[in-house]
Design a binder for this molecule. Structure first.
Ligand code: FES
Length: 523
């Protein structure tokens, strides 16, 4: 229904432009080139008034704050990004009437998603936020932005699933418990921005289209052969049969834990994929699982590195005959081989007992990570170790506990791989006697405060910020599962230390020194 603007054509022509208020909106009327235009007065960039802009003789308006330029006929941004809203104008004699009704919801959705695609391609965080807010205003859940981004950017991920997906499940969990709308939207936007960064400037790496009947054995075997096409075909067969991830997950878990794959990342992702699909719905199931399949296929099999080679022998030797009781002290200070042998000595004990003992050693390592290691600039590449090498031991354990609950036969692999983390990180710990400094009096208050702080973490790199949310939610989950666990206090202290000791996030001097050394020896 048309609304009177209160302005006549004669008045507008003599003034050139007029700002009117109608139905709660500020509308800028412009007479130009024999036509009347009506646009929203707030610039879609940062909201400054377009009534203060400059109009040229080509039906273009320039916003003088940051020089965005708009085509008055279409509203398109000729310079800049988001288009400005235009309104239909109707002349009734000399009176100017405006159609201020909103376009259909579906049209608003299409526009916002199109804008989101452009914003993600540009890695433009501010526009990603605006377009997601537009989706919400049109009546859609903001999580649609992430679901859309996952599908739209899937072929841009040469190595498949990333932390944007894995931590996305955690950010969505945070959105669901956010204290207010801004915090909720913040959490929704984090993984979209992360995915934008991960795919910035990337080419296309399409998945093959072949479909083969789902067969868990054949799927795992294809991944073992690093045959992405064969694995994807089996997965497509499962998708065609509308199989939920809960049915497929044991096969993914087997494939993920078949090796010490990407330092345990495959298991973490196999677990997080389920949480992500549960949060976003079946629409993302296929793209998420395609990305996960590719990621596992391409993962590095770390146990082939000399440092971890005893793992295969230990796995073969795991016969359930080791009856020694075990606790954290048995693992603390052990080398990789020593930790594996110690685990074998208790292979008959319950998975929970060994899990707790290993988590105790993980906690000790977190609490004693030698900060000189992250500060070093003259170290060997093999010793490029930082906080995340330590935190992954916790998130890996958290993932394994869930995956092995469905597939208990995977426990030996999970526990021995936890031992790899413990043994490997032992080289980088130093007890300087400050453990008590990080002890917590009130565990719940600590978790609540740290989780509340995630909505305004102030960390520019998504990969750093996302590890904070992953670690805190993994800790919260493990404490909920075992509040009286023997490692609980030490793990809280270790995570407290990780969160509050500055992380060195750029290693320019180290990289340069290593490059010089490498090139000198390259021959
Ligand atoms: S507010 Fe208009 S261009 Fe920035």
């Amino acid at each position: 229904m048309a609304t009177p603007s209160g302005v006549t054509l004669g008045e507008l022509r003599s003034a050139g432009k007029k700002l009117v208020r109608a139905a709660g909106k500020q509308v800028l009327l412009i007479a130009q080139g024999g036509r009347v235009f009506a646009i929203a007065n707030r610039c879609p960039h940062e909201g400054y008034p377009l009534s203060e802009g400059t109009i040229d003789g080509e039906c273009r308006l320039t916003c003088n704050w940051h020089n965005w330029k708009f085509d008055l006929k279409s509203g398109a941004a000729l310079v800049g990004r988001d288009p400005v809203r235009t309104y239909k104008v109707e002349m009734r004699g000399d009176a100017i009437f405006l159609d201020l009704s909103d376009p259909p919801r579906e049209e608003l959705r299409t526009r916002a998603l199109s804008g989101l695609d452009a914003a993600i391609a540009d890695n433009d965080a501010a526009r990603i936020a605006r377009e997601t807010a537009r989706l919400e205003r049109a009546g859609y859940d903001a999580s649609l932005a992430f679901a859309h981004a996952i599908a739209a950017r899937n072929e841009r991920l040469e190595d498949g699933m990333t932390h944007a997906h894995a931590a996305g499940a955690d950010w969505l969990a945070l959105a669901s418990r956010a204290p207010d709308d801004a915090a909720r939207l913040t959490a929704m936007l984090e993984p979209v921005g992360h995915l934008a960064e991960d795919t910035l400037g990337a080419g296309r790496f399409p998945y093959t289209d072949d479909v083969a009947e789902w067969d868990a054995e054949a799927f795992v075997a294809a991944i073992e052969r690093e045959d992405e096409a064969a694995a994807v075909a089996r997965l497509r067969g499962a998708m065609a049969a509308d199989m939920p991830y809960e049915i497929l997950r044991p096969a993914f878990a087997r494939a993920a834990l078949a090796h010490y794959a990407d330092f345990g990342h495959c298991a973490i992702y196999a677990f997080k994929a389920g949480q992500l699909i549960a949060r976003l719905g079946d629409a993302v199931r296929e793209p998420v699982l395609l990305a996960l399949t590719r990621m596992i296929v391409r993962s590095t099999r770390e146990e082939r590195i000399p440092e971890f080679r005893f793992y295969d022998k230990a796995l073969t030797a795991w016969d359930g005959g080791g009856t020694a009781r075990v606790n954290a002290d048995d693992f603390i200070g052990q080398s990789v081989d020593g930790a594996l042998k110690r685990a074998l000595g208790s292979s008959a004990r319950s998975a929970r007992e060994m899990f707790d003992a290993l988590l105790g050693a993980v906690a000790f390592n977190l609490l004693h990570f030698d900060l000189a290691v992250q500060e070093a600039t003259d170290n060997a590449v093999a010793d490029n170790v930082g906080w995340l090498d330590f935190t992954h031991a916790l998130t890996f354990a958290n993932a394994c506990r869930h995956l092995c609950a469905e597939a208990p036969e995977l426990w030996p692999r999970a526990l021995l791989q936890m031992a790899l983390f413990v043994g490997r990180n032992r080289k980088y710990v130093r007890d300087v006697g400050d453990g008590a400094r990080w002890a917590l009096r009130d565990r719940d208050a600590f978790l609540n405060a740290e989780i509340a702080g995630l909505y305004d973490h102030g960390i520019p790199e998504p990969i750093v910020a996302c590890h904070r949310v992953k670690v805190l939610l993994a800790l919260e989950d493990e404490l909920a599962a075992a509040p009286e666990a023997p490692w609980a206090e030490a793990m809280c202290a270790g995570v407290n230390r990780y969160l509050h000791i500055p992380m060195k996030r750029h290693h320019g001097l180290r990289t340069a020194a290593q490059a010089l050394d490498f090139i000198a020896k390259e021959g």
